[in-house]
Design a protein around this ligand. Structure first.
Ligand code: PMP
Ligand code: GLU
Length: 395
């Protein structure tokens, strides 16, 4: 039946994060006691003030199609948020609300890339950047990094990866999966390289903005020379624990925003109306309202780093944001663990799933084949038990 499907979908990889979560779910349904540390999804409930806003929207009979690019008052709340949190100034025609930041990214790839255009992806990168780019005809160009440089690219590496075909660069800071956070100074040095190549558009994915333990979030869009060529992607999935509500948004040059609106006008007609109303309330509240979640993630980071330090063979940096650790596990490659030969990170992640019953994600999906990603957006009890099991199966 595969031959009946388009080349487009046949060429696409399944999302590794969602695939691992589905596998964990399937094993759990078979009665296995799987601890899921694969999905990057806060385990907190949606804050009550957001829930109340959604209930009110239902009671007020919000039900119809919204403007394709989002309700005008939501766009205003986004503009106020960009000013308050990032000192970025946008007008309504620069804002587009979408069905999750994932759709914002897909829109951008579809409206910006032509066949053969190269997309720079500092690796490790979030799993979907690569396949979304390919779907739109783009060619991902990875810029490798390693744990030694805290998984950050150097200006030299950036410049070396640029060719006349480079159209776009996509990265996240705080980074999924490494947790690395670029400082203002580091971004300035990268911007100095990009200044020489004015046609490259930068997509700055800032969805983990608030889950930043350095408390200093920097956006490359704040540099005057980058503003007109940067698209900031953000959303409420992570900060407000609203993953299933599916709201993301962009702040972009107006011509890009108009193109994204045109794209989603043909594809989704706009995002869910109730979730949009609730997002207004979420964004109107100050980030201090969600600080308790950030504090909890910080505690869990300490816990998981301490537990990982006790397991020989896991080399880990200290992630400064998001809720992932991304240990280098290459010391296990070529070794036999309890009768299973481990050749790469995918086999290692499978081994952990089967033998320790802990779901993680292979670094191969993020362009870093020496690593695995472990999400600590889980309860302390699950983190402790998972790491106990991992330790037992690898030592
Ligand atoms: N970017 C990054 C870096 C992410 O981790 C995620 C998580 N799903 C997304 C984008 C997409 O988020 P959303 O739920 O808003 O589609
Ligand atoms: N962003 C999350 C992750 O990386 C959710 C899964 C997804 O959207 O792919 O695990």
């Amino acid at each position: 039946m595969k031959q009946k499907l388009s080349n487009r979908i046949n060429a696409m990889a399944t999302s590794a994060t969602l695939a691992m979560a589905a596998k964990a779910r399937e094993l759990r349904n078979q009665g296995k006691d799987i601890i899921g540390l694969s999905l990057g999804e806060p385990d907190f409930p949606v804050p009550d003030f957001v829930k109340e806003a959604a209930k009110k929207a239902i009671d007020e009979n919000y039900h119809s199609y919204t403007p394709v690019d989002g309700y005008a008052d939501l766009k205003q709340a986004i503009i106020t948020k960009f000013k308050r949190d990032n000192n970025l100034t946008y007008t309504p025609e620069q804002i587009v609300v979408s069905t999750g930041a994932k759709q914002s990214l897909a829109n951008l790839a579809m409206v910006l890339l032509n066949e053969g255009d190269e997309v720079l992806l500092p690796a490790p990168y979030w799993v979907s950047y690569s396949d979304i780019s390919k779907l739109a005809g783009g060619v991902p160009v990875e810029i490798p990094t390693s744990i030694e440089t805290d998984f950050k690219i150097t200006p030299q590496a950036l410049e070396a990866a640029i060719t006349p075909k480079t159209k776009m660069m996509i990265y996240s800071s705080p980074c999924n999966p490494s947790g690395s956070v670029y400082t203002q100074e580091e971004l300035r040095v990268l911007a100095d390289v990009l200044a020489k190549y004015p046609d490259i558009i930068v997509v700055s994915d800032e969805i983990y903005e608030h889950i930043n333990f350095t408390k200093n979030h920097a956006s490359i869009a704040t540099f005057a020379d980058m503003y007109d060529r940067t698209v900031v992607v953000n959303g409420v999935s992570k900060a407000y624990s609203m993953t299933g509500w599916r709201i993301g948004y962009i702040g972009a040059p107006a011509y890009i925003a108009r193109a994204c609106t045109k794209m989603q006008g043909q594809i989704t007609s706009g995002a869910n109306c109730i979730a949009q109303r609730a997002t207004i309330t979420a964004l109107e509240n100050p980030p201090s309202k969600i600080q308790f979640m950030v504090d909890a993630f910080k505690e869990r980071r300490k816990l998981i780093l301490n537990l990982l330090a006790e397991i020989p063979g896991f080399k880990t940096n200290e992630p400064q944001g998001a809720f992932y650790v991304f240990p280098d596990v290459s010391s296990f490659f070529g070794k036999t663990l309890n009768g299973t030969l481990i050749n790469n990170a995918s086999q290692f992640a499978m081994y952990l799933l089967e033998k320790a019953q802990v779901a993680t994600v292979t670094g191969e999906a993020f362009g870093s084949p020496n690593c695995i990603r472990i999400s600590y957006a889980a309860s302390e009890k699950d983190i402790v038990e998972a790491l106990k099991r991992i330790k037992k199966t690898v030592t």
